[in-house]
Design a protein around this ligand. Structure first.
Ligand SMILES: [Zn+2]
Length: 165
């Protein structure tokens, strides 16, 4: 499996999703009608570099609230993960979850939930990713949004870099 790359605005660099992270998310894609949304946190060891590598995706967990059209991570579990990963040099840089549609984009509620999560867990982050994963194909469509700036009210869709293979 190949990595996937998304451009940050204003030539600030690129966000790279490692194959292991993609595999983890793809495993939870809602390809069957009875599958509930899944999700969790995204981590990186180098969130401030020009090439930000997303190297770990966690979740879902039994404590999460999940339905066909909804996902809310269990806060206690999420912050336990964040602390544990921080101790080995990984920072939370975003959230991911699946959608039961081919071309996903985050709902208003998704953005609200993310901003709330941000304020509690990583208030000093200036950029935060919100990833929604679609449910069709070997490499499903992924929407990657950046909540930019300290207010986290400015949402930008990041463009995927297409790679010739
Ligand atoms: Zn959603």
């Amino acid at each position: 499996m190949h990595e996937r790359r998304f451009l940050l605005p204003d030539d600030r660099g690129v966000v790279v999703f490692a194959p292991a992270v993609l595999e983890h998310m793809y495993r939870h894609a809602q390809v069957r009608f009875y599958q509930k949304e899944a999700g969790g946190q995204l981590f990186s060891t180098n969130p401030h570099e020009a090439e930000v590598l997303v190297s770990l995706a966690t979740g879902p967990y039994p404590e999460d609230r999940r339905s066909r059209h909804g996902f809310e991570a269990d806060r206690r579990r999420a912050s336990a993960d964040a602390h544990q990963q921080f101790s080995v040099g990984r920072h939370v840089i975003g959230l991911w979850h699946t959608h039961p549609e081919s071309h996903p984009s985050p709902s208003f509620r998704d953005r609200e939930t993310s901003v709330e999560f941000l304020r509690i867990n990583c208030a000093n982050l200036t950029g935060f990713l919100l990833v929604t994963l679609g449910n069709q194909g070997i490499a499903p469509h992924m929407s990657v949004y950046l909540a930019d700036g300290l207010s986290h009210t400015n949402w930008l869709a990041l463009e995927e870099v297409s790679v010739r293979r």
